[in-house]
Design a protein around this ligand. Structure first.
Ligand code: HEC
Ligand code: HEC
Ligand code: HEC
Ligand code: HEC
Length: 489
């Protein structure tokens, strides 16, 4: 589960900001803001430059757009204005400085990261290891890796908005406002306004992808598990953009669209990761992180609910492949494609449940599922869902048709988060049109509080503790109760 608190960062005017000599200087000629990030702001000792790798010249890699660095965005009349009174426009940099992404690199210098790589016996410390930097820093240019203050920006502006070398000149000139999205994208600017693009961008780091992955080795060494849900993570982020602007552009059902696009993107990212593990002959196989963690990590108890066909997860002793996103989509989306998707998912699951899964079979099955999902994602379209369609989706979301679903913590948690997102969309719709406010909003809200309590790990535990048949039944009862409240209208 995501943690809700992000430590409040401070405001230091350390000279981490460098100034180059490009066109933006003409427009953004003022002083950089005094909101900047540094090791001290995270309670870490100051960085000796030597800790950051060799200093090198910033020779941009030839032939492709390169990263110019977040500092280029930071002057006070561009994106570095003050955040006072909830101001967003013009103060994006200052908001980002309070966003966990700005400390992603400093995390690698901390004790936890040092311990992780020591346990992995990697030859490099975390802050120099490509296996960590792929997600905790911006881009993958080795030339930029060599520039301490660039590396230190962590997940900077260009991680999400695209390498700026080709678009910065256009951006700081008046022509930007007149340019079409297509023109902007040709220069490498990422259209984060498009929710598919936005969800893919977040999922590539938060779920993993073919070139970024957290595997069981990293988990065993202490990396927090990557469990992602787009709408929840989007809500948790101290955003440098306005939610009401998102709703103005995407409609009042924005949160529901975000959830759905998030599920598609996360499903594809998780499958891309699996495809890569199956393809890469040097990767461990089968990759344990692809299976339900609690297939292996659970208490041995007598009697054991896991052996009970009504609650257990498959045949006792078998590994359970984990595909929360794809499975949930197959359950929630109506239509023809759904049957085909379920069939393909079933074949993939069977391949993953072999005692020694065959890489080739898994790879081919993954590719088929990804193709189905891509087609489905297009069919669903970006139209604004009606409140009736939302209620229908909600009903499907809480309808648990496989007996083992609630035994998988991840599945129940994704269902819970989905209900939260879709209910929020209904609340937003009803705020604009009170006559559409359904009577179930409050009772479902109360049931959600209970469901959440049943899912949260007890303090100090990193897994669902002491699960019993009764606890699993309580989860199923909660979901069914929500279903009944929805029916009551
Ligand atoms: C380049 C990789 C990358 C991208 C892209 C990315 N993130 Fe992150 N995100 C991270 C890393 C790494 C952390 C952990 C930062 C730390 O604490 O060191 C993180 C942390 C977070 C957190 C805080 C989680 C917690 O436990 O407190 C939230 C929320 C979050 N990201 C949401 C998002 C959203 C929403 C998007 C897309 C709009 C996104 N991220 C895109 C890498 C990324
Ligand atoms: C696939 C991308 C990815 C890779 C590779 C990766 N991380 Fe992370 N890491 C994340 C994300 C995303 C988070 C935030 C997780 C969350 O809260 O949901 C995170 C969180 C962390 C945290 C916890 C931060 C906090 O605020 O508590 C530590 C420590 C960490 N990573 C260290 C490492 C180290 C060390 C490596 C390399 C051995 C590494 N990471 C590799 C994506 C990645
Ligand atoms: C974790 C990903 C992420 C990072 C890092 C990030 N952004 Fe954004 N940014 C987004 C998303 C998502 C949106 C909302 C979608 C949109 O408006 O296009 C956004 C919106 C914006 C907007 C438009 C706001 C509006 O009012 O419409 C600006 C300007 C912006 N970002 C600038 C920056 C700057 C400057 C930085 C670095 C200091 C930065 N962003 C870092 C993801 C990110
Ligand atoms: C196929 C069985 C299997 C699966 C599935 C599995 N693990 Fe493990 N895991 C192991 C084994 C075996 C060890 C090594 C035993 C030990 O060190 O006690 C281990 C060790 C660990 C450790 C370090 C040892 C400890 O007890 O702290 C962590 C943390 C961990 N796994 C997390 C996970 C997470 C998170 C997942 C799901 C994403 C997962 N595992 C899935 C078999 C598995």
């Amino acid at each position: 589960m995501p943690r809700a608190s992000v430590p409040s960062l401070l405001v230091l005017a350390t000279a981490l900001i460098s100034v180059g000599g490009t066109a933006w200087q003409v427009v953004c000629s003022q002083e950089p803001p005094n909101t900047t990030i540094s090791a001290e702001s995270y309670g870490l000792p100051p960085l000796p430059a030597s800790a950051l790798g060799p200093r090198g010249a910033a020779d941009p890699p030839p032939g492709r757009p390169y990263f110019v660095g977040s500092a280029s965005c930071a002057t006070s009349n561009c994106h570095g204005g003050p955040t006072g009174e909830g101001r967003k426009q013009g103060s994006e940099y200052s908001w980002w400085a309070q966003d966990p992404h700005s400390r992603a690199y400093y995390t690698l210098l901390g004790k936890d990261s040092q311990a992780i790589v020591a346990r992995l016996r990697w030859s490099q410390p975390a802050h120099l290891a490509e296996g960590c930097l792929v997600c905790h820093a911006t881009g993958d240019d080795q030339a930029i890796r060599a520039i301490p203050h660039r590396l230190a920006e962590g997940v900077g502006c260009e991680s999400c908005h695209g390498a700026a070398s080709e678009w910065l000149d256009l951006h700081v000139g008046g022509a930007w406002w007149a340019a079409s999205q297509a023109e902007k994208q040709r220069t490498g600017f990422i259209n984060t306004d498009d929710l598919r693009v936005r969800a893919k961008m977040c999922s590539d780091c938060h779920v993993g992808s073919s070139d970024r992955a957290v595997n069981h080795d990293l988990y065993a060494a202490g990396h927090p598990p990557l469990a992602f849900e787009m709408s929840a993570y989007h809500t948790l982020l101290p955003k440098h953009w306005r939610r009401d602007e998102d709703k103005r552009r995407h409609g009042e059902t924005f949160e529901a669209q975000l959830w759905l696009r998030g599920q598609f993107a996360a499903a594809d990212a998780a499958l891309g990761r699996l495809e890569q593990f199956a393809t890469d002959q040097d990767a461990a196989w089968p990759e344990l992180a692809e299976y339900n963690c609690y297939s292996c990590h659970h208490e041995l108890a007598e009697p054991s609910w896991r052996r009970d066909p009504a609650h257990g997860v498959g045949r006792p002793g078998s590994l359970v492949w984990e595909a929360p996103y794809a499975e949930l989509l197959a359950a929630v989306i109506p239509g023809e494609e759904d049957h085909a998707l379920r069939r393909e998912l079933g074949l993939l699951r069977a391949a993953m449940h072999e005692s020694l899964p065959r890489r080739e079979t898994v790879r081919a099955a993954v590719q088929r599922v990804r193709r189905h999902l891509a087609r489905l994602a297009n069919e669903v379209g970006d139209h604004e869902a009606s409140p009736a369609a939302l209620s229908e989706q909600l009903r499907r979301l809480v309808q648990v048709d496989s007996p083992d679903a609630t035994a998988r913590w991840s599945d129940s948690t994704q269902r819970y988060l989905g209900v939260v997102a879709l209910r929020q969309a209904v609340i937003d719709v009803a705020a604009a049109q009170p006559e559409l406010r359904p009577p179930w909003l409050e009772p479902v809200g109360r049931e959600l509080v209970q469901l959440r309590q049943r899912l949260v790990f007890p303090q100090g535990y990193l897994s669902p503790r002491g699960r019993s048949a009764q606890q699993l039944e309580a989860l199923a009862t909660s979901l069914a109760a929500i279903g009944e409240l929805l029916e009551a209208r």
